[in-house]
Design a protein around this ligand. Structure first.
Ligand code: HDE
Length: 718
């Protein structure tokens, strides 16, 4: 396990096994003989008043009463996992931090992903920014990158944070809506803060409805600094890119999943790790030497701006993976506490006014959430020695031996470290200034990168942003709010503003408020990240069956899906046993058609079998499964008689298969008409072979969604 073991072994000291060998005790260690009855003064029929004396009963209820701690004020809903970071290339030209220069090291990490606006019990798939917070347990102390899946932010100065969050959270009079930006106050804020324009475009893009935490990019957002051994300083941004590519849900699916499976992302991460399909990211940096700070037409300390990759390419120097689920949610995912101020020697802050404010906020919020000794909690404590004279406070855990608790002392105990010993030294930056509440001039330009982002989107992404804005503004009842926002969009693109005026009401702008500069930049469109290679690894594929299904096609598909490390989920009209044609075999489905929904899978395969298809064709829910998956642009595969079922569910000339003998592909619907049950050759054909049905079907799944279907407008026709 390499150095990842450091943190795992460290946590092991505090971990207790819940096993059949253990016996029930109180918190003070006394064994209990009864777990079910409060001590009572009972009469002969064993009834009677309860005695307050019962220490076991009182302890249990008291502990229960106090189970909750305040949830995070933002990012309350999340989940996470353990993993490891490996450096592939030394960044010693930029930093002397061993975690980024020593390629022989493996650093244990914990990552917590989250939504921002919703409370702890809200749904995973809402439209929102996702948190992407990494704790590196380095040998020099904990280093936290508290990032997001979007590279910019709504505001430039930390003092605005309570406002942007109040405006996005449920409205104060009725506490509605939960975990949504689609309401008056959110959009009122956006209009009143032109600096938010770039970010709201990202928040309306597909980045805000990821398919999986495992398929998101991550960004440190703020500008940090790094110092190399020669004493040269650079400005740095962090970028993480997933091996599986950047993929999103479609909006209708995200909406439905919020009700059908609110834990969709949490389960997805857990399932992948349990199945050994460990999510991986490349770790990259963008670097600007100190001398070049002012060479750009944007301020490099402004968190509402990206560093365009055509001028500042990402240098990927490492990788990290998640490979271990938590043992207990509360003590690990809930109690983990990140601080932007946690940095290690070789890494420093910049004057980014958002970062400076965050450095205060995270430390402060942990005090109210977890108490003053929060850094002693097992998940938060570093793997390297911790020693100082910070003492006492609620729930102090460490027992420090010795007679002094101050510095300097006559024993020279706990002496500050020298630089050679690895002590942190602040960069000797020269600072001169006058006190003022001000922002630099370049911070005042708010639209150029919003246009850059819009211009860089693919046609499908532009559609999605347009539809997202139409949805959100439709949820704003106040004409002032949607009317003004429609005008604001003319600062980005006239056509977009006019479409929105038409969709949501409000006066259509006649001309663009500012000309579009027409520039594009690489790295902004998520279509640039399809994944390192086409794969169906970890994708969920439903296999729809009823009694009389074709066992050959079924087995070939099931086997091929499992072999590709994807997850076959058999779905039947009921969960009790379903028998194959000829009665030679049977299967117990994982779920039934009503219990599970097409939204929860990436693709559908339907094997033939006369009886099975007859049954499914009469089942409205089965037809709905196929239609819904088609509407959500998912790959659909069918063999034998199942082709008729697909034709029935999706009666579009562009899709309908007549009598083609070989594999037929149309808009991500892959079919193979002629398969005879029980024929070995056909099984091979399905799996691979000349006809290559499976290869074609898998390729369609690996492409994530069939965008051509959307561009042709077919997805809304069934
Ligand atoms: Fe946070 N943010 N934030 N934030 N943030 C918190 O800290 C704050 C910002 C981010 O999984 C809080 O421990 C201020 C940007 C993540 O535990 C709090 C400002 C980015 C998480 C806080 C920002 C983030 C938080 C609440 C503006 C992307 C979840 C609980 C200056 C780079 C971490 C907590 C986890 C959490 C304050 C802006 C990301 C209140 C004041 C920009 C991923 O301290």
């Amino acid at each position: 396990m390499g150095n990842q073991g450091n943190k795992v072994a460290d946590l092991e000291q505090e971990t207790k096994e819940v096993s059949s060998k253990a016996r029930l005790t109180t918190d003070y260690g006394v064994k209990q003989t009864s777990a079910d009855d409060w001590l009572k003064a009972v009469s002969q029929d064993k009834t009677g008043p309860m005695l307050l004396e019962d220490p076991f009963g009182r302890e249990k209820i008291m502990r229960f009463d106090h189970e909750r701690i305040p949830e995070r004020v933002v990012h309350a809903r999340g989940s996470g996992a353990f993993g490891k970071f490996r450096l592939l290339e030394s960044a010693e030209d930029v930093t002397f931090a061993p975690v980024l220069t020593d390629t022989s090291r493996e650093t244990p990490i914990f990552i917590r992903f989250s939504t921002v606006l919703g409370s702890r019990g809200s749904a995973d798939t809402v439209r929102d920014v996702r948190g992407f917070a990494i704790k590196f347990y380095t040998e020099e102390g904990n280093w936290d990158i508290v990032g997001n899946d979007i590279p910019v932010f709504f505001i430039q100065d930390a003092i605005k944070f309570p406002d942007v969050i109040h405006a996005g959270k449920p409205e104060p009079h009725n506490e509605v809506p939960q975990a949504q930006s689609a309401h008056n106050n959110f959009w009122d804020f956006q209009f009143n803060h032109t600096e938010a324009t770039h970010m709201f475009m990202w928040a309306m893009s597909d980045r805000a409805i990821p398919r999986s935490y495992r398929m998101m990019q991550g960004f440190g957002v703020n500008t940090f600094t790094m110092l190399n051994a020669k004493g040269e300083r650079s400005f740095v941004k962090f970028v993480f890119t997933p091996e599986l590519g950047v993929h999103s849900l479609v909006w209708d699916e995200a909406l439905k999943l919020a009700g059908q499976d609110p834990d969709f992302h949490r389960k997805d991460l857990w399932e992948a790790i349990e199945n050994g399909v460990y999510p991986k990211w490349k770790f990259g940096i963008q670097v600007i030497p100190e001398a070049d700070e002012h060479k750009f037409d944007f301020d490099i300390l402004d968190a509402t701006k990206v560093w365009p990759e055509d001028i500042l390419p990402v240098r990927y120097i490492g990788e990290f993976e998640l490979n271990r689920n938590p043992d207990e949610f509360f003590t690990q995912v809930e109690q983990i506490a990140f601080c932007t101020s946690h940095i290690v020697p070789g890494i420093g802050f910049s004057d980014d006014p958002l970062l400076q404010g965050r450095n205060f906020s995270y430390f402060d919020t942990q005090l109210s959430r977890l108490g003053v000794n929060w850094q002693e909690l097992p998940i938060n404590r570093p793997v390297c020695p911790v020693m100082n004279f910070n003492r006492d406070g609620a729930m102090r855990h460490t027992i420090s031996r010795g007679t002094v608790n101050y510095w300097p002392n006559r024993f020279e105990a706990v002496k500050p470290a020298t630089v050679e010993e690895g002590g942190y030294v602040e960069y000797a930056e020269k600072i001169a200034g006058i006190k003022a509440r001000a922002r630099s001039v370049k911070f005042k330009e708010h639209f150029s990168q919003a246009q850059l982002f819009w211009n860089s989107m693919s046609p499908v992404e532009k559609n999605h942003i347009t539809n997202a804005l139409a949805f959100e503004l439709d949820h704003c009842e106040d004409p002032v709010v949607y009317g003004r926002m429609v005008q604001r969009l003319a600062d980005i693109d006239l056509g977009l503003a006019q479409t929105l005026a038409d969709m949501v009401g409000g006066e259509a702008p006649k001309e663009a408020t500012r000309p579009n500069h027409g520039r594009k930049a690489p790295g902004l469109s998520q279509t640039e990240y399809p994944g390192e290679k086409p794969t169906i690894k970890s994708r969920r594929i439903a296999i729809l069956v009823a009694d009389g299904y074709d066992p050959v096609a079924y087995k070939a598909a099931y086997g091929a899906i499992s072999a590709a490390l994807a997850i076959p989920l058999v779905i039947g009209p009921r969960r009790s046993k379903v028998t194959a044609a000829g009665g030679s075999s049977s299967v117990q489905p994982h779920h039934h058609l009503e219990g599970f929904r097409s939204t929860m899978v990436d693709a559908i395969f339907i094997p033939g079998g006369e009886e099975s298809i007859k049954t499914l064709a009469k089942n409205g829910r089965a037809l709905h499964w196929i239609r819904e998956a088609f509407g959500h642009l998912k790959a659909i595969g069918a063999t034998g008689e199942a082709v008729d079922l697909v034709n029935k569910a999706i009666a579009l000339p562009e899709i309908t298969v007549s009598d083609a003998g070989d594999v037929h592909k149309a808009y991500g619907v892959v079919t193979l008409r002629h398969v005879k049950p029980e024929s070995f050759t056909d099984a091979v054909n399905i799996a691979k072979g000349a006809a290559g049905f499976m290869d074609n079907f898998f390729y369609a799944i690996a492409m994530h969604r069939n965008w051509d279907r959307e561009l042709a407008g077919l997805h809304t026709q069934v």
